[in-house]
Design a protein around this ligand. Structure first.
Ligand code: TNX
Length: 539
């Protein structure tokens, strides 16, 4: 009996040793955002320079999608692969198959890694692109010359939950160089975000070239100095801040985004947050100025005059130059935080209200937004604005971005208008993410990684039919307290990873600890890419 026991122990020990070895050889699968369905399988597949990349369609889009994979393999592991046109899979290959007859959603994909090879299939290039983003996360997060890259066998069937998976960037408060905007788009792609909301104009600076109105950038993009510390401080830094994008820059950014299946939604703020423009063209305000590009934060009484026809002509001219640069379906007109103080006293505004039968200044704002909507619709675009555009009556086809909680979004969805959820409590990435005592100065608030992860964009008060109007959610990045790209990265990551999972992965019970485990690998990728992320959750 004792003899057998010894045998049994030896057998058990060797089995444990063997399975540990297998464990070491088969890397863990840690993907963010979590795919809709995933089955781990036995074994691995090794990509080497002998692995062929096969594509079944020779279109430029397919080459762009595939280039993304090749670039990664070459940059990180110095592995170069041959791309070959082929209708069928082969041994030791990565087969990237566009299959338009596949009845899954446009951005969905199926990915199988097995000891025989890799098969990625999707009905559109965007699905293939997301499949490749997943494939990249299956690779080891190191930058090192390798003869082969070992991937765990896995079967993934993935599809996004929401169509609008957004990240925003305010370049009005602090201008961010074009080179950083391009990086931001790369980081978005890694997380499968597909909408970049570019907030281009503000009280503190107008940031886009408009050929018909050169003073917008010559004058309106420069503020003489900036408030030091929190609102209420009397101290200023004495340093001028400027910066703007030329229309050529815009084209470059939009094309770069398109290569990553990201739509750029520009925002030109109106009727409020417009001191940059008013300083350049004071005749567009109710009092006629003079105005000054703001040096502090908050909400200002001086806004576009809603009574003057010149205001509408000016804004339509601005949009006429910008619309051809942005191929997406939505154009954001702001609409938030517009005090009615000047309008109440302005004879031109009062006259306009009388002429149009408007009973309140809120109705005057609604009239303003409706005129802009009509113009946008006539030019083939849809209007989106912050939830204040509900006040005084929503424009007929407008979509609403709900930021003051979810109430605006709920009201709009109940009126069968499209909605993007960005409530401050869950989506404001400018808020503190850890103890303010140990964090760099931020605007305020408190939004932890865990809280972002807990967000559910469809409020329970909506019926199933009304829920369909919730296009998705977005993280907002207001840059009052972010002076540099590094600071933007610090505030955005890793909270954007939590949000990516909110908007991509299926609804259902969420396991935060599991997410945090997977985040370890993603942060190693951040390290490789040089992203300056916040480590408060990893201490
Ligand atoms: C509110 S969100 C604003 C922004 C500020 C932000 C700071 C919104 C539509 N307006 O102008 O930058 O709060 O968190």
């Amino acid at each position: 009996m004792k003899k057998y026991l010894n045998h049994l122990i030896i057998l058990l020990l060797s089995f444990t040793f063997w399975s540990c070895q297998a464990e070491v050889r088969r890397p863990e699968v840690q993907i963010i955002p979590l795919p809709a369905s995933m089955t781990n399988m036995e074994g691995t597949f090794a990509i080497s320079s002998g692995t062929k990349i096969l594509i079944n369609s020779d279109s430029p889009e397919m080459h762009k999608v595939t280039a993304n994979l090749c670039r990664y393999l070459e940059n990180f592991y110095e592995i170069k692969n041959k791309i070959t046109f082929s209708g069928a899979s082969e041994k030791n290959s990565i087969f990237i198959k566009l299959n338009t007859r596949l009845s899954i959603s446009k951005e969905a994909y199926n990915l199988t890694v097995s000891p025989k090879g890799i098969m990625l299939e999707a009905p559109s290039p965007s699905g293939l692109f997301y499949g490749i983003q997943t494939l990249l996360q299956l690779m080891p997060p190191i930058k090192q010359k390798l003869s082969e890259v070992v991937l765990p066998s896995v079967e993934i069937k993935d599809t996004p939950r929401f169509a609008w998976r957004g990240l925003h960037l305010d370049v009005g408060r602090h201008f961010m160089p074009k080179e950083f905007v391009l990086k931001y788009l790369d980081y978005m792609a890694l997380h499968k975000f597909n909408t970049f909301h570019w907030h281009l104009t503000e009280d503190q600076g107008w940031r886009v070239e408009i050929k018909k109105y050169p003073k917008l950038t010559e004058v309106g993009s420069i503020r003489k100095e900036t408030l030091v510390g929190h609102y209420g401080s009397k101290s200023y830094d004495g340093t001028p801040v400027g910066g703007f994008y030329t229309q050529e820059d815009i084209k470059e950014v939009v094309a770069y985004a398109a290569d990553r299946f990201i739509t750029v939604v520009p925002e030109i703020e109106m009727p409020g947050h417009s001191l940059g423009a008013l300083t350049a063209y004071p005749e567009l305000g109710c009092t006629g100025g003079p105005y000054e590009v703001a040096t502090t934060w908050g909400v200002f009484d001086d806004v576009y005059c809603a009574g003057k026809e010149e205001t509408y002509t000016f804004l339509q001219d601005v949009l006429t130059e910008l619309l051809p640069l942005f191929p997406g379906e939505y154009f954001h007109i702001g609409g938030d935080e517009c005090p009615k103080t000047r309008w109440q006293k302005c004879p031109t505004c009062k006259q306009k209200m009388k002429d149009e039968g408007l009973r309140s200044e809120h109705e005057l704002q609604s009239y303003f937004v409706q005129r802009m909507e009509k113009f946008l619709n006539e030019n083939g675009k849809k209007l989106i604005g912050w939830d204040e555009i509900l006040e005084g009556g929503l424009a007929p086809n407008a979509a609403v971005m709900s930021w003051r909680g979810e109430q605006g979004g709920i009201a709009a969805a109940k009126q069968h208008h499209n909605v993007v959820m960005t409530p401050g409590e869950f989506c404001y990435l400018d808020h503190y993410q850890a103890d303010p005592k140990t964090e760099p100065l931020a605007i305020g608030g408190f939004l932890t990684l865990k809280k972002v992860y807990s967000y559910e964009p469809v409020p329970p008060s909506l019926t199933e039919d009304e829920s369909k109007y919730v296009l998705g959610a977005q993280g907002n990045v207001w840059t009052e307290y972010m002076k540099s790209p590094e600071q933007v990265e610090y505030m955005v990551f890793p909270r954007a990873a939590a949000l990516a999972e909110v908007v991509w992965s299926p609804k259902g019970p969420k396991d935060y600890d599991n997410f945090k485990n997977r985040l370890v690998k993603l942060t190693k990728i951040y390290d490789l890419l040089g992203i300056n992320y916040c480590k408060a959750e990893f201490k």
